[in-house]
Design a protein around this ligand. Structure first.
Ligand code: GDP
Ligand code: FE
Ligand code: FE
Length: 197
């Protein structure tokens, strides 16, 4: 399968070489899960596959280097993301997908960009990539993945599954005494209202 002349095989070879074994395994897990969800919810499997493969492609770049790339390339990344070690890999992965991997499809790029924090009015592709990332079966801790999977399977609602995921992320950030991005809190409140309707 090709998209913009790059094959999934080419991307997989690059990932194998540039990611740690664990991150590579995670990525392949996200790929499989994204394929499954795309099939189930009627999304383009090619797009979901490419987005899943590239969602963490910048994850192994040192934080300071990611910040340098953002400044040098004048990427308009929210300041609160630019200073957050955990979040910055998402927009930088989107940047690499666009420039290095030559992915011109904006839907794919956006789904990579927002896979960590999420946003209001996510597309079906955004939601699939977001959830596949959190519930893949190869490396995700069951403590976090299982409750999200259960919500998804009992309600068939990606929004409710995302709400559960954000809830668990916030709880885990509190436990680890890590800063919670204001957009994460905003998104949590938004989903709470959305899914209560
Ligand atoms: P991964 O890249 O596959 O490990 O998964 P994600 O991209 O979803 O998340 C990366 C990390 O970002 C996880 O450890 C999340 O807990 C963390 N994260 C998500 N939202 C926030 C936030 O608002 N603040 C901080 N500090 N970390 C966050
Ligand atoms: Fe990530
Ligand atoms: Fe990931």
């Amino acid at each position: 399968m090709t998209i913009n002349y790059i094959t999934t095989d080419t991307i997989v070879d690059w990932l194998k070489e540039h990611l740690s074994e664990e991150r590579f395994l995670h990525t392949m897990g996200v790929y499989e899960m994204a394929q499954e969800l795309a099939e189930k919810f009627g999304e383009d499997k090619n797009k979901a596959g490419i987005a899943a493969l590239l969602h963490d492609c910048a994850k192994e770049i040192p934080f300071e280097e990611m910040q340098e790339i953002a400044l040098r390339e004048n990427l308009s990344i929210d300041k609160s993301w630019l200073n957050c070690k955990k979040i910055l890999h998402a927009p930088i992965s989107a940047y690499l997908a666009k420039t290095y991997f030559k992915i011109s499809d904006k839907d794919i790029i956006d789904s990579i960009y927002f896979h960590t924090v999420g946003k209001k009015d996510m597309t079906l592709l955004d939601k699939i990539v977001f959830i596949a990332d959190k519930i893949e079966t190869k490396t995700r801790e069951e403590k976090y993945a299982e409750p999200i999977r259960t919500v998804l399977n009992t309600t068939n609602s990606l929004d409710k599954a995302i709400l559960k995921s954000i809830e668990l992320t916030i709880k885990s950030l509190v436990d680890r005494e890590l800063e919670i991005n204001f957009q994460t809190v905003d998104f949590y409140n938004y989903l709470l209202n959305l899914t209560a309707k």
